[in-house]
Design a binder for this molecule. Structure first.
Ligand SMILES: NC(=O)c1ccc[n+]([C@@H]2O[C@H](COP(=O)([O-])OP(=O)(O)OC[C@H]3O[C@@H](n4cnc5c(N)ncnc54)[C@H](OP(=O)(O)O)[C@@H]3O)[C@@H](O)[C@H]2O)c1
Length: 282
């Protein structure tokens, strides 16, 4: 496998897990973000991306950088395109011209039909907001390179975002409305990095779902985390994801059988993911 990895978006929720996993495997990790990284630049600026690829000469690139905030993307579609989508054209050119792997971290935010049934990689998509549009187009740009691996996922971790909110809210008995009609297959970020690198090691390319192997509602997942934390969440309210300001796709459970077949092992369960989040220090 490649020795020198450039990790774009290395300082967010997921990026640091890739950095750690790469170093643990004995490879070199070059981190990139707008600040606090080996290379600091704005990924929306294509000339700076070109320069970074030229200067760092990576063997593989992982792109974890994105504007993940659905409401912000909705209010700034052009900015969202420049960060979430446009760089993938440059990265795919780099991958093709140098015959090197490109890992694009994508999303599960594409499915409005099917309730809690798992969605396969070729399930029909329904793009209901700018975030989904920007990420879906990015997949297509990435896939113009034969060595592109597009990783569709739903991630949680205690350091940031939804997973941190869940843990803090449970610990503080904060008011919570649990969405019982919004389905997903959350995977812990550490498992996401490990499994994605295993797929890269197998020289997988194309689209792969990388998530937990179970589908649950957002509410069921929070109940599972509460159980793993020995907390009785008797104050929470059950509700609907339809109340969110920007429209969401809500049938986001992923079918991981393709990844399991390529890897020859089972991906984590909902319970394992909930336990991992529960046991992770804030
Ligand atoms: N979090 C989720 O729930 C979730 C679910 C499914 C899929 N995903 C996907 O997983 C990937 C990683 O998500 P995450 O949760 O780790 O995101 P995150 O925590 O928001 O991290 C984003 C990273 O991108 C960098 N970044 C942001 N704007 C940038 C810019 N203009 N130029 C250069 N770097 C920039 C950030 O650092 P600076 O701000 O310092 O630049 C940070 O390192 C994304 O592709 C996302 O679409 C996330």
């Amino acid at each position: 496998m490649s020795q020198r990895w450039l990790i774009l978006g290395a300082t967010g929720l997921l990026g640091p897990c890739f950095v750690k996993e790469i170093k643990d495997r004995g490879y070199q990790a070059i981190t990139a973000a707008r600040s606090n990284a080996d290379v600091c630049f704005d990924l929306s600026d294509q000339s700076q991306l070109h320069q970074t690829l030229e200067d760092t000469k990576p063997d593989s690139v992982i792109n974890c950088a994105a504007n993940i905030y659905v409401d912000l993307c909705e209010n700034d579609p052009a900015g969202s395109y420049l960060l979430n989508t446009r760089p993938l054209s440059t990265l795919a050119d780099w991958s093709r011209e140098n015959d090197k792997p490109l890992l694009q971290v994508s999303t599960d935010h594409y499915f409005t039909q099917g309730g809690n049934n798992p969605q396969s990689e070729d399930a029909p998509v329904d793009l209901v907001n700018e975030y989904a549009r920007s990420k879906y187009l990015a997949e297509h740009l990435a896939l113009t390179a034969p060595k592109a691996l597009v990783l569709r996922t739903n991630i949680v971790g205690a350091q940031k975002g939804h997973g941190r909110w869940v843990k803090e809210s449970l610990l503080n008995k904060a008011p919570m409305t649990l969405f019982m009609d919004f389905f997903a297959s959350p995977l812990h970020v550490q498992d996401m990095a490990r499994i994605s690198l295993d797929l890269a090691q197998k020289q997988a390319n194309g689209i792969y779902n990388v998530s937990s192997r179970d589908v649950s509602s957002k509410g069921e997942f929070i109940y599972a985390v509460a159980k793993a934390m020995n907390i009785n969440p008797d104050w929470v309210i059950e509700g609907t994801g339809h109340q969110l300001a920007t429209k969401r796709a809500m049938c986001l459970g992923l079918d991981v059988s393709k990844a399991e077949s390529t890897l020859g092992y089972q991906l984590p369960t909902l319970e394992e993911t909930a336990k991992k989040l529960a046991n992770e220090a804030l």
